[in-house]
Structures are given as structure tokens and as C-alpha cells.
Design a protein around this ligand. Structure first.
Ligand SMILES: Cc1ncc(COP(=O)(O)O)c(C=O)c1O
Length: 448
């Protein structure tokens, strides 16, 4: 089948598009072929020209309870009727305490102190600063290095791009990269693990590279290792069995903090509140954002082990212990949405629902194996990706065309280099998953 793209399918809009500089977007092409949404309900968006788009990506891996969940909307509305804003420095509002207590209960044992930010990028910078200051507070100020991982995505702050491992996100800013950062190799090896279902059996040994980096730099200089438990933005790169356990062992052996960046993996993406639960590996710090309030109002943060918090709580009580924070750290609307979202996840049993849908999505995605140009399929929880062979001389164009095809025919997916990724909301039905995968299939055939 070869289904050419019809310009008539591209959603139309009479908006003035010129003033907005869009993030992570091919602005010029977008403005020639704008795809603008104006409404969201449950699993769907509506475009400016009235078309329904099935959301295969939970917005951007964040609206895990679907769009405009009534209970979360109502909580935000009520919050607006009660308190708009309160300064988080030296005062605080009730909702922030309420949400922090809920998160502490859900997080792995020992991780029970919560610092709020507004985004995943800020969550990461917060975690890196906590790690440095923690070692310094304990008299180990020589620990200034961070170890990230190739293909890692930790947002767009200078800290996040320095520990991150995506060349395109780093190269224009190379002179401003944080010093003292090294990287583990990624675990994406098509020869060894293509078409793995769930966690690949090959690759745990790649964690031993951390021992080599420790030898090279000496443990006494390394503050923390930061990884996404499952790499989301690089295209759903699932950790090999035993890999994260091995990282944990090596970090513990050398007194290095382990940070799990759970901005995508938290709040149900892998069928649990945290990937740490799924993998049975406890880090020292978890960064979160996105799904914490189902993407309703910007919110992120770091959940830290109590031993870390306690190390700061020395010195005179009237002195600030950590010189860090944001005007909107734990904004009342964001926290109200967070409290409500956690209740929705719990009441609707959405973690269990995600676990039940996982094998359905796995079977559907792997049915794409024999489609043209497919070189790998990966899945875990409600995240999955199909990787395509790049067109000669035009990297990422084939996947971009599949992305456009899907949107123009009624589904939102994501593309990154030549990978199509999906991460549907935990409320998706089996037939909606089928619809998304069938559109990807048609798109792959159409652009072949
Ligand atoms: C693992 C991870 N960390 C950090 C971020 C950055 O989050 P934000 O875009 O909210 O700054 C992302 C965003 O996708 C992410 O996936």
C-alpha cells in the first residue's frame, strides 16, 4: 500500500503564527503546515479546524489520566477560589505540604523529603545541586563530578544538558558545558537486542563501565550518577535485565549518589508510581515532573532520601540550609492538581490498568516487525517505539513523515531521529491502542 499525503488533510488555521518561536520544532516547516490543537478531552485532542486526534503520547508523556480529567479540573478550580499564590520562601501553603506527604508515602522506602520545582529540567538541576551540597555538608566537597549516560535526556538546563547525552542538545552550547562530567555508554545495540520484548536479556555488563570511570576519576571526586531508568526521549531504550541493579551496587560501594530521573517513567508509565518499584532498585534521589499532576499545571521536583535531607539540617536553626528554590516552587494550582491526580490514579486503579494494557501494547507494536524499513521495536509499560532505517542522506525525515501522516489521519505520536515513539494515557482502551498502532502501520507504508 502506498498512501500519499494529502495536503487537504493538514489542519487549517487562520491564527497569526509568526510571533511564536516554538521549542524543539522545525519552525519554518511547521508554519507552512501548522498542526494546531485547541481542545483536549480524555484520549483526544481537537484541532483548530475541528478534527479529532487520538492522543498516543499523553500530551508529551504527561497527561497520564487523560486530558481535562474532571476531578483534577475541579481541584484546580477550587484552588483558584481559595488561594492563588503564596511565597514558598519562609511561608508555604497547605497544598504543598499535602502533596509532599502523599509523594513521600508513594516513593521507595527512605525517600521521603520532597523539593518542588516547575519542570523536569529544574528538577534535574535541583537534584544535581542537592548532590553537590550534600557531599560538601558531609566534608566530602571533593566530590564534584557527575556521571550521565550517552543518549540520556535530562532537560535543557545547563546541568541537564551537561549530564545528558544527546549530541544535538549539547553541541551549540559546548563552551558552557558543566565541568567534570563523564558519561556511561548507552545500552542501545541493535545487533544484540533488536526486537526484544520488554527488557533485553543482553547488556547488564555495560553497567560495569561505571567501575572503569570510578577507577579513572577516583570515587572521591564523583558526586552522583544520573540516569533515566528507561530512556524515554532517546526513543524508549529499555534497560537490560540486571543493569540498574548493577549501577546501584557500584554506586553504593563507592559512596556515589544514584539519581533516577523519573520525569517520564514516574506516575504509571511503567505500571507503577515509580520505575524504582518496577525494577526493585532504590536510588538516592528521584526527579519527577509531567505525570505528577497529569500535566495539568507545570510542576516538578526531587524526592530525596532522608539521610540527604538530614545532612543539610545542621548548623543554627535560623539559617537557610539550602540556597535554592523557585518563585513557583510548588505553586498552589500545581499542587492542588497533583493531590487530585494522585487520588485519580489510586481511585481508578490506573497503575494496575497500565500493567494490564502492557502486553496488549507489546503485541500490537511487535506486529509492525515486518513493515518496510523497520529495524527495531521496543516496549515497556505503556511506552513503545518503532525504529526505522534512515533514508540515505536524510536522517529523521522518514520518521517525521510518519509523524505527520499519523497526525493528519487522526493520531498524535512522537518522532525523534528515525524513531516513532508512543506513550498513551493510562486510561486508553485496547481499541484505541489498536487504532494508534494501525495508523503507525499505515504511515510506515505510506512513506516507504
Ligand atoms: C527524563 C527527563 N528529564 C527531564 C526532562 C525535562 O523536563 P521539562 O521538559 O519539564 O523541563 C524530560 C522531558 O521530557 C525528561 O524526559
Amino acid at each position: 500500500m502506498n498512501e500519499p499525503m494529502s495536503p487537504a488533510l493538514i489542519p487549517q488555521t487562520d491564527l497569526d503564527l509568526e510571533s511564536l518561536w516554538m521549542p524543539f520544532t522545525h519552525n519554518r516547516l511547521f508554519k507552512k503546515q501548522p498542526r494546531v490543537v485547541t481542545q483536549g478531552d480524555g484520549m483526544h485532542y481537537t484541532t483548530a479546524d475541528g478534527r479529532r486526534i487520538l492522543d498516543g503520547l499523553s500530551g508529551l508523556w504527561c497527561c497520564n489520566a487523560g486530558h481535562r480529567h474532571p476531578a483534577i479540573v475541579e481541584a484546580v478550580r477550587q484552588q483558584l477560589d481559595t488561594l492563588d499564590y503564596a511565597p514558598p520562601f519562609q511561608t508555604m501553603h497547605d497544598r504543598a505540604f499535602e502533596l509532599a506527604a502523599k509523594l513521600a508515602k508513594l516513593a521507595p522506602e527512605g525517600l521521603d523529603r520532597v523539593f518542588f520545582s516547575n519542570s523536569g529540567s529544574e528538577a534535574v538541576d535541583t537534584a544535581l545541586k542537592i548532590a553537590l551540597a550534600y557531599h560538601r555538608a558531609r566534608g566530602e566537597g571533593s566530590r564534584f563530578r557527575f556521571i550521565g549516560r550517552a543518549k540520556g535526556y535530562h532537560g535543557v538546563g545547563f546541568g541537564g544538558i551537561s549530564v545528558g547525552g544527546m549530541p544535538a542538545n549539547r553541541k551549540a552550547f559546548a563552551p558552557a558545558m558543566m565541568p567534570g562530567v563523564d558519561h556511561l555508554p548507552h545500552t542501545h545495540d541493535l545487533e544484540q537486542m533488536a526486537f526484544s520484548h520488554g527488557m533485553p536479556t543482553w547488556g547488564a555488563h555495560l553497567a560495569d563501565e561505571l567501575e572503569r570511570l570510578v577507577q579513572l576519576h577516583d570515587a572521591s571526586t564523583i558526586a552522583a550518577v544520573i540516569v533515566e531508568p528507561m530512556q524515554g526521549s532517546a526513543g524508549v531504550i529499555v534497560p537490560p535485565q540486571g543493569y540498574l541493579q548493577r549501577l546501584r551496587e557500584i554506586c553504593s560501594k563507592h559512596g556515589i549518589l544514584l539519581i533516577f530521573d523519573e520525569v517520564i517513567t514516574g506516575f504509571g508509565r511503567l505500571g507503577h508510581y515509580f520505575a524504582s518499584d518496577r525494577f526493585g532498585v532504590s536510588p538516592d534521589i528521584i526527579t519527577f515532573a509531567k505525570g505528577v499532576n497529569s500535566g495539568m499545571v507545570p510542576l516538578g521536583g526531587a524526592i530525596v532520601h532522608q539521610k540527604i535531607y538530614d545532612a543539610f539540617m545542621t548548623g543554627p536553626e535560623h539559617l537557610v540550609e539550602f540556597f535554592h528554590g523557585y518563585t513557583y516552587s510548588g505553586h498552589p494550582l500545581a499542587c492542588a492538581a497533583g493531590v487530585a491526580a494522585l487520588e485519580v490514579y489510586e481511585d481508578a486503579n490506573l497503575m494496575a490498568r497500565a500493567r494490564k494494557l502492557e502486553p496488549v501494547l507489546e503485541t500490537l507494536m511487535h506486529s509492525l516487525r515486518d513493515e518496510p524499513n523497520v529495524v527495531d521495536i521496543r516496549n515497556l509499560g505503556l511506552a513503545a517505539a518503532v525504529e526505522l532505517a534512515p533514508r540515505a542522506g536524510e536522517p529523521s525525515k522518514r520518521a517525521m513523515e510518519v509523524f505527520h501522516y499519523c497526525f493528519d489521519h487522526g493520531a498524535l505520536v512522537r518522532y525523534t531521529s528515525d524513531i516513532i515513539a508512543i506513550g498513551p494515557a493510562l486510561i486508553a482502551s485496547e481499541s484505541q491502542l489498536e487504532e494508534i498502532v494501525e495508523l503507525i502501520r499505515r504511515g510506515i507504508r505510506a512513506v516507504a
